[in-house]
Design a protein around this ligand. Sequence first.
Ligand code: PA5
Ligand code: NI
Length: 189
Amino acid sequence: MNNHLENPTQFFNSLNGSLSGGQIVHSKTCIADMAGYYHNESARSSLDQAKIVYRVAAHFAEKPGTTGGLFFGISTVFPGLVGQEYFMTKGHFHAIRNRSEYYWCIQGEGVLIFMDEDGNCYAEKLQQGSLHYIPRKVAHRLANTGNEPLVVGACWPSDAGHDYTTITQLGFSIRLLNIDGQPQLQKVR
Ligand code: PA5
Ligand code: NI
């Protein structure tokens, strides 16, 4: 037995959601990367293409694709609009469809939009401390409806993968729009 106590190598700041330490991968998604995701493509193409829509920091303790492991990530969606549509993540199904996920809201305000494989959508409000279960076979997208960054934690199976193609082809059947200053869901098909 090794009776030496190891120091932790990763840290999660529960106040602002920041992750630090080893095996943390940071990524950012800009307006330029969101071509084809917003309802109003001409509004998207007229914005500053370098503007960051969201960032993700994730702890990958396993090789992606490994069965039986977990990943842990923090997504930060910045406030903003593309036309009337709130800044949001691309949204995805898991590549292995029967993989589920937890999201929880650390900071900010927003909406989590779900869509099943038949295109049926529903949505839940995100507020500090709220916990959200994403069932298997359900696509998921975050949208920031506030004036502050929306910070959301996530934990998902390391073999789940991300399928964005189905979303670029089909889109979500509901959109979250800012109508007269208020978030409103609109059916688009
Ligand atoms: O695994 C998840 O569901 C999250 O970590 C998302 O990947 C993250 O919120 C970014 O969203 P998307 O992958 O839809 O661009
Ligand atoms: Ni996911």
